[in-house]
Design a protein around this ligand. Structure first.
Ligand SMILES: [Fe+2]
Length: 275
């Protein structure tokens, strides 16, 4: 793997599910703003400060402009570079208007070289669907930026994790299989040190085609991985403190205080009906 010249640290947050109090609804499993504020308070104390912040989607719970304004307010307090992905709970229009200062519904892919690391964020959002996909424009963007920056270590951020071949979880939990396979081909041999995702609300690491795929717990809730048929949702929340060294990638999973209690449950039939 191509290595950075010095250890590079970054924070991986995901699934903020921010929701302005006026829009608080019964599908919100906790005070997501309080969780985000607690994380921001802790990371503000880190010395030295991390090199960048990566947030891999579900920035808001309902994709409304007021919740993006709340996000902008909080991110305005964070001094480090920020890379944001969109998740299935997000909406490109309000996100673009509030966060990017650009109207429109175009997918949001972007990249930056930060401390010698090439950080690439792709947009897997499919409006109206829980599942994720990457269209031809996203792959073209990926190929173009990789070709333009040869020889750099790379970190990829996207909301939906690529599907792990042979896994029996419902397809809606992942990037679709065809796009996952195409992504693996696009990234092969390109110095990818880690792929960071969210969506499933389970802290999980997979070695996928030789690349670590790191899924963060997120700040909304936790899905119990021991519950294989139904979906048991708990109050677990957390984020990742990541270091990319010449020897490779380390992710330390930081758990926010929680009781481990069940906050919601979906039956196997209800899970099967989700798309
Ligand atoms: Fe989420």
């Amino acid at each position: 793997m191509t290595a950075p010249a010095r250890p590079v640290t970054f924070l991986h947050l995901t699934d903020l599910h921010l929701c302005v109090p006026a829009l608080a609804d019964s599908t919100l499993n906790g005070d997501t703003l309080a969780s985000f504020d607690a994380v921001l308070a802790r990371i503000a104390q880190l010395d030295p400060a991390p090199d960048f912040l990566l947030i891999t989607g579900d920035l808001t719970h309902r994709g409304d402009a007021d919740s993006y304004r709340l996000l902008a307010n909080r991110l305005g307090r964070v001094a480090m570079p920020q890379m944001l992905a969109l998740g299935n709970h997000d909406r490109r229009g309000p996100f673009g208007t509030v966060i990017r200062g650009e109207a429109g519904e175009a997918p949001y892919a972007h990249e930056a070289v930060i401390a010698g690391v090439h950080v690439i964020v792709l947009d897997t959002l499919v409006p109206g669907r829980i599942a994720g996909a990457l269209d031809a424009a996203q792959f073209a963007f990926l190929d173009r930026v990789i070709a333009a920056r040869p020889g750099l270590p790379r970190i990829l951020g996207l909301h939906h994790p690529p599907v792990i071949e042979g896994e029996t979880a419902p397809v809606w939990r992942h990037l679709n299989p065809d796009d996952s396979a195409r992504l693996a081909r696009a990234l092969e041999g390109q110095g990818v040190a880690g792929i960071f995702c969210g969506h499933i609300h389970v802290p999980r690491v997979s070695l996928w085609h030789g690349m670590p795929v790191v899924v963060g717990n997120g700040l909304h809730d936790g899905h119990d991985p021991l519950e294989r048929q139904a979906m048991r949702i708990t109050d677990a929340r957390g984020f990742g403190l990541c270091t990319l060294r010449p020897a490779g990638l380390t992710v330390e999973f930081v758990s926010l205080p929680h009781a481990g209690r069940e906050v919601h449950r979906l039956s196997a039939e209800e899970v099967a009906a989700l798309r």
